[in-house]
Write a protein that binds this ligand. Structure first.
Ligand SMILES: *Cc1c(COP(=O)(O)O)cnc(C)c1O
Length: 394
């Protein structure tokens, strides 16, 4: 009999919801015009696009004219960082971000450093929360941009975005936040939060891969990132992929409807997992803030059990989890997030991330925990010798 697989990697990507898929199919069947064309076929496609833009705007409390479609969270982050920095370089060359940002933020900052920008990477505490006092200290008259993520993708810690936005405002500094993991988990209103730019991705909220959006508050100076035609109010060139954008519109509308109820359920199941796991396996610890965290995230360090072995053996028994983040798990690079949180290399190498979605039930958790218990026990039984030997040799 085929074993039931249990997917516990919702932070890497989610399946597409049936309603999103239906909406996209409808677009592929009926709206194949170029949304920039003037004739009826184009106008119809444009109407679908604008409907999607309104949905994205409504989901985060923005105006439709402040929403720009992109190819995903990575592009939104690249554009926000590079576009805002370059457009404001007359005012200064200093950027503040954190040590635990997504690679699309960190690598964008590194590129800007080559152009002469100075970047301060704010440290985090052992819970993976950015140090607010360090941000205050880092601000100088040349600071033009602060970018801090709303919630971390590896350990789930929530960041004090409202306070940082306020601080940025007082100092007339532009504030961007990567909200890719936060959408669908937290109630977000850009006006209440006081952010100037915010990144969104569809495939983390049951939408399609390859589409996202950047919220840019009216009046914020940002350079064009893609050169070409005058699409997206002349700020993001390229023929717009209407079905994907419609998919994002649908996904974000669903994700933000009855959010509290859905998040509550996911939190219950994740906490149940955490409890069951700690009852079943000794010497494990949770990474990230114990309470100020994403409802669906459970990052666990299994002392003495190498995470790559755990993930691969879990795969063979139908459980999908990841080492660190999807972006880095393809390589053997140790997680920059866990290192920034002060974990040693041994702890980093024995950490597995489990992230939950609406479909996961307590029954799934029971099955998963039993399989994880067996896998960890097996790996520990062999690797204990190696660790012991290493200690003797040292
Ligand atoms: C997934 C992710 C991104 C990248 O989004 P893509 O749409 O996959 O490019 C950016 N930031 C965070 C926090 C993410 O989790």
């Amino acid at each position: 009999m085929e074993e039931k697989t249990i997917y516990l990697d919702y932070a890497a990507t989610t399946p597409i919801s049936a309603d999103v898929y239906k909406k996209m199919l409808e677009c592929y069947s009926n709206y194949n015009g170029n949304s920039s064309s003037l004739y009826k076929l184009g106008r119809e496609a444009d109407a679908v696009l604008e409907e999607a833009r309104e949905k994205v705007a409504k989901a985060i409390g923005a105006e439709p004219s402040e929403i720009y479609f992109t190819s995903g969270g990575t592009e939104s982050n690249n554009w926000a960082i590079k576009g805002i920095a370059r457009a404001n370089k007359m005012r200064g060359n200093h950027i503040i971000t954190s040590a635990i940002e997504h690679p699309s933020i960190l690598e964008s900052c590194r590129e800007l450093e080559k152009e002469g920008f100075k970047v301060t990477y704010i440290p985090v505490d052992e819970n993976g929360v950015v140090d607010y006092a360090s941000i205050i200290k880092a601000i100088s008259p040349s600071t033009i941009l602060i970018s801090i993520m709303m919630a971390n993708n590896e350990v789930g810690s929530l960041q004090p975005i409202r306070a940082i936005a306020e601080l940025a405002k007082q100092n007339k500094i532009c504030f961007h936040t990567d909200a890719v993991q936060a959408i669908g988990s937290l109630n977000i209103n850009v006006k209440e939060l006081g952010v100037d730019a915010l990144s969104i991705s569809a495939h983390k909220i049951y939408g399609p891969k390859g589409v996202g959006a950047l919220y840019i508050k009216k009046g914020v100076k940002i350079e064009k990132f893609m050169s070409g035609g005058r699409q997206e109010r002349n700020l993001r060139a390229g023929t717009v992929n209407v079905p994907l954008c419609a998919g994002l519109g649908e996904a974000i509308e669903i994700a933000t409807t009855n959010l509290d109820e859905k998040v509550k359920n996911v939190r219950i199941v994740r906490k149940y997992f955490q409890k069951k796991l700690s009852e079943a396996i000794h010497n494990i610890s949770l990474n990230g803030h114990p309470t100020q965290r994403l409802a669906n995230n459970c990052s666990i360090t299994f002392e003495g059990a190498e995470s790559e072995a755990v993930v691969m053996m879990l795969d063979s028994v139908g459980i999908y989890a990841s080492t660190g983040s999807a972006c880095e798990s393809g390589s053997s690079m140790p997680s920059h997030v866990l290192l920034a949180m002060g974990r040693d290399i041994e702890q980093v190498r024995t950490t597995v991330r489990f992230t939950f979605g609406e479909e996961i039930t307590k029954e799934d958790v029971d099955i998963a925990v039993e399989k994880i218990r067996k896998v960890v026990k097996k790996i520990r039984s062999v690797s204990a010798i190696r660790i012991y030997k290493n200690k003797v040799e040292l």
